[in-house]
Design a protein around this ligand. Structure first.
Ligand SMILES: [Zn+2]
Length: 300
């Protein structure tokens, strides 16, 4: 197994002007994920954007919190799911890694997801239930939908830039982003100045591609302000917390017929985790047990 490739998360605060900033660079872990799941360009770009967005939101969570973004649409890619922890792990999944919707000879990313919804779920061990919010997708381009979600559901005005780019071979060249989150004490003038900076700034994707460190990349975006870094930079790696028990639980979602097909063969089957590709051996009696339990609960 290849050595884990780390991304980086950095956080800044401009207390006087009233905003905070998160910066993430996750090209390494996204490339690892792309290779495991065999993502072709549409899936790679959309999952890349969603995961960068999730990592940007995770940067301001408490230590034990987990956040997930679930973009679901009527387009051929069906859905894009990504999850990040503040402790420094990420994972993501899309069920159709090989769809390539085209329009006028170009990849049509907006059509890939289509019309649908974005659901954001935060899980905190101290909260009795996960917190959820859902909005209608505005454009299906991920970044604008995320900014819209923050505004609609959490009354947070934010500037979001998700920079994801692939090379000729389809590998990740850039996977990073910046989120500026305006706090309640930020004035209209501060918001206007930031928006002006963002319009005038060089391409964030080009700056990531050139390998600019956060300080240099943020300079044109935050011109006129003096943010200070909060804490030390932290790492972010691709990690899947799956195990055999969790996989067995997820098999309860299978149809009765699908489970019966496995049982009828009376062979040991290998069930694979969709996130990391890890295979778990399940003997047919275990699958029969899942089927019978499910059947009983269906009857109740
Ligand atoms: Zn897994």
């Amino acid at each position: 197994m290849a050595l884990a490739q780390f991304g980086i998360v950095r956080r800044f605060l401009e207390a006087h002007a009233g905003f905070r900033v998160s910066f993430v660079e996750i090209r390494g872990p996204m490339e690892e994920l792309r290779q495991i799941q065999g993502l072709l360009p549409a899936a790679a770009i959309l999952l890349g954007r969603a995961t960068v967005g999730t990592a940007l939101l995770a940067a301001h969570l408490d230590d034990d919190e987990v956040i997930s973004l679930y973009f679901r649409g009527d387009g051929p890619i069906e859905f894009v799911f990504s999850e990040c922890t503040r402790r420094g792990t990420l994972r993501g999944f899309t069920p159709k890694p090989d769809v390539l919707p085209m329009k006028d000879g170009e990849l049509d990313l907006t059509a890939a997801l289509g019309k649908g919804t974005l659901t954001v779920v935060r899980t905190h061990p101290r909260l009795p239930a996960p917190q959820r919010g859902t909005i209608e997708l505005q454009t299906g381009s991920i970044g604008e939908d995320l900014a819209h979600y923050l505004h609609q559901s959490e009354q947070r005005k934010a500037l979001v830039n998700l920079a994801v780019k692939l090379d000729q071979s389809g590998a990740f060249l850039v996977a990073g982003g910046v989120l500026v989150d305006l706090l309640p004490n930020a004035t209209e003038a501060v918001a206007a100045q930031l928006e002006e900076n963002w319009r005038r700034s060089p391409s964030v994707s080009d700056m990531f591609e050139a390998g600019f460190p956060a300080e240099q990349l943020l300079t044109p975006l935050l011109r006129g302000f003096s943010p200070i870094e909060i804490d030390k930079p932290t790492g972010l790696e691709f990690f899947c917390p799956c195990n055999k028990d969790r996989l067995i639980r997820s098999m309860r979602m299978f149809s009765q017929q699908e489970l019966s097909d496995i049982v009828d063969k009376k062979e040991t089957t290998t069930a694979r985790c969709e996130f990391c590709g890890r295979g778990y051996q399940l003997d047919w009696q275990t699958v029969k047990d899942i089927r019978d339990k499910r059947h009983r609960s269906d009857l109740q």
